[in-house]
Design a protein around this ligand. Structure first.
Ligand SMILES: *Cc1c(COP(=O)(O)O)cnc(C)c1O
Length: 502
């Protein structure tokens, strides 16, 4: 399997070659040169597989340069009931993504697929936990080290830290805005005592953290010298890991392959639903992929009008589903590349135009940049937008009607899914976080606190380990340089090599 850049760069690297990197050298995103296909016979065989075995079957089609025995070992090390054990009472953790049927009548079937049972209670654990194992494996083979630098306002940073903690060859330097995250999210990250995890609380806002990451990444000499890498949502391995649960959702809710299902996906950077698009391109019988957005409706606007218009920081709202508060959707270029028939020159031109003019228009209207919007429905996409009022009402409604508590992001999905129900086609709403992570909104909706999975009861009282730093890229570069000189002490190290000597 070879990979190509959406913008046409000449090299065609392998899975392992793009695993540790981010953007392609031309600024594009990687995609497989051709999508591997699943046959009906394979789908039949996959119906009875465990999640770990299913993940192996999907991954081996993309990671063709990793020996199959190694890949199988990694999917089994990752997708374990004890890693994804934070399930609702009555749910089976061994399912990894347990299904919760909300409605099941002749013309209406509505299902919640639980993706937030991992260590940080959000769906990012589904891919990030595998990424931790893939990174460790690839670095061991190269006798190399990686220093992950990231900025977070919550979910991504904690998922990355829980995936990379104790991994040899890897350090994580995570910037977060000092005193701006929720107490729960802060405690989740800062209570990690692993010596390879560095929490840097930056005196500033999230944008300051992101600017520092950009400044460090743009210093190519420093970046190479300090072996700086990222784990952001454009990482191809994260997308592939997410493809797996679309297969699982389909197989768990159908009994034969001429049935279809639809998915509704609470969306921000278009990473999660991009994986659904790829599953569909592989031949999985998906009827609709419904993009659910909140007030930050960049994607809903495109899927209604054909106009992709990114927002400025000042136009980006802080909402009660904060993990969907985006100004542009960093994985969207992958879908546009397919929509334009992989015409890399046009992809490059359109995204250059986004940088200079802030938008492109594929509506086909006079003066627009193309007419491919008319093709969007062929790819199954539909969309909707929700508001703070909608999500509180949906949280209350889910409690009354189904007796379950859902978080604000999942509520955006459930609300929008209702508008896209079709007779005979199960609608699967992806549950992307647990309510405990967003307790303020739960209190506002229900007048009481969210349930917390066992083991999280005293989270905020645990000792915390972090450094407060000024919003200054030079200071942070110096901090990283000072700490990359130290050996990576790893409690769970399974090799006897001294990391500092590699
Ligand atoms: C990251 C996140 C999203 C958005 O996912 P994308 O892949 O960025 O579209 C939605 N909900 C939650 C809870 C998240 O953490």
């Amino acid at each position: 399997m070879q990979y190509v850049s959406t913008r046409g760069h000449a090299a065609t690297p392998s899975f392992s070659e793009i695993l540790l990197g981010g953007l392609a050298p031309d600024g594009g995103l990687y995609l497989p040169a051709i999508y591997p296909q699943v046959t009906p016979a394979e789908l039949d065989q996959w119906r009875t597989l465990s999640y770990a075995d299913l993940a192996f079957q999907v991954l081996r089609k993309f990671a063709t340069d990793i020996p199959e025995a190694d890949l199988l070992a990694m999917t089994h090390a990752t997708y374990r009931a004890d890693v994804y054990g934070n399930v609702r009472s009555g749910a089976d953790a061994a399912q990894i993504t347990p299904m919760h049927v909300l409605e099941d009548s002749d013309d209406k079937k509505l299902i919640l697929q639980g993706l937030s049972n991992g260590p940080t209670l959000a769906f990012k654990d589904m891919a990030m936990q595998l990424l931790g194992n893939l990174f460790e494996y690839a670095l061991d083979q190269r006798h190399a080290e990686l220093n992950i630098l990231g900025a977070t306002s919550g979910d991504t940073g904690s998922a990355a830290e829980y995936a990379m903690r104790g991994k040899h060859g890897i350090r994580v330097f995570m910037l977060s805005p000092h005193l701006k995250m929720s107490a729960f999210q802060t405690a989740q990250m800062f209570s990690l005592q692993d010596p390879n995890i560095f929490n840097l609380a930056v005196e500033g806002v999230f944008d300051d953290c992101q600017d520092i990451v950009k400044a460090v990444s743009n210093d190519l000499e420093y970046k190479a010298q300090q072996k700086i890498g990222t784990v952001n949502s454009i990482n191809w391995a994260r997308i592939v890991a997410q493809v797996v649960y679309y297969f699982r959702g389909y197989l768990a809710n159908t009994s034969h392959n001429d049935q279809q299902v639809s998915f509704t996906v609470p969306s921000g950077n278009f990473g999660n639903i991009c994986a659904g698009h790829i599953a569909r391109m592989m031949g999985l019988p998906i009827a609709k992929l419904v993009v659910a957005t909140n007030e930050n409706n960049v994607l809903d606007e495109f899927f209604r009008t054909g106009i992709y218009r990114v927002r400025k920081s000042a136009e980006t709202f802080h909402t009660s589903s904060p993990s969907m508060d985006i100004s542009k959707a960093s994985n969207f270029e992958r879908f546009i590349s397919d929509l334009l028939g992989r015409d890399s020159a046009r992809v490059k031109q359109l995204f250059a135009q986004v940088e200079t003019q802030g938008s492109f228009d594929l509506s086909g209207a006079p003066g627009s940049d193309g007419d491919e919007f008319s093709e969007v429905a062929r790819y199954g996409f539909a969309s909707g937008r929700s508001t703070h009022f909608d999500r509180l009402a949906t949280i209350r409604d889910a409690e009354q009607r189904y007796g379950i508590m859902i978080d604000t992001h999942t509520a955006d999905g459930l609300m929008i899914a209702r508008d896209h129900l079709e007779p005979g086609i199960p609608m699967i709403v992806l549950e992307t976080a647990q309510p405990a992570k967003f307790n303020e909104a739960i209190r506002e909706a229900l007048g009481r606190d969210a349930e917390r999975p066992a083991g999280f009861a005293d989270l905020e009282t645990l000792p915390q380990r972090f450094e407060v730093v000024a919003a200054d890229a030079t200071l942070i570069k110096n901090f990283i340089a000072a700490h990359t000189q130290l050996p990576i002490a790893s409690a769970t190290s399974i090799t006897s090599t001294t990391p500092s000597s590699r």
